[in-house]
Design a protein around this ligand. Structure first.
Ligand code: FEO
Length: 165
């Protein structure tokens, strides 16, 4: 495995673990606000992000590379509102997509067909990741200050288990 590809995949492991950490922090905000359904959604998202990191981990190992784990940055601890959280989640996922795309570009430049193939799963996953965060963001914008709509959405998000968007 090329050193530059290995380094980028290792950096992506960090991006995924940071994502996990960010969603866990967002979940703890929802716990403290009494919105257990939103908190459940965020915990499922946390688990998915750990699974993304581990997918990269196993791929590096399978290709004879070396996994190098680095420090995970601290996520924010305070937010203004549920809507600001989901806007940030949506913006975050767009950044993750850019990060994946950057590695895909590198695999094309370096003719690394195996890693190019491997990353196609992440490209598909990022479409879902952006869409699910944006959908909930839009629903929160539409519900505005309507508490009944917020509790309805909280109940709906409480149904999510890891692996579902
Ligand atoms: Fe692993 Fe939410 O991207």
């Amino acid at each position: 495995m090329l050193a530059s590809i290995e380094q980028n995949l290792n950096e992506q492991i960090n991006v995924e673990f940071y994502s996990a950490y960010l969603y866990l922090a967002m979940g703890s905000y929802f716990e403290s606000e009494g919105l257990r359904g939103f908190a459940n959604w965020m915990r499922s998202q946390f688990e998915e992000e750990v699974a993304h990191a581990m997918k990269l981990y196993h791929y590096i190992v399978d290709r004879g590379g070396t996994v190098t784990l680095t420090a995970i940055a601290a996520p924010p601890t305070k937010w203004e509102s549920p809507v600001s959280i989901f806007l940030q989640a949506y913006e975050h996922e767009k950044e993750v997509t850019q990060s994946i795309n950057k590695i895909v570009d590198l695999t094309i430049k370096e003719s690394d067909h195996a890693t190019h193939h491997f990353l196609q799963w992440f490209i598909g996953e990022q479409i879902e990741e952006e869409s699910s965060a944006n959908t909930i963001y839009q629903q929160l914008v539409l519900s505005g200050t309507d508490k009944a709509a917020l509790f309805f959405l909280d109940r709906e998000l409480g149904q999510r288990t890891a692996g579902q968007t």
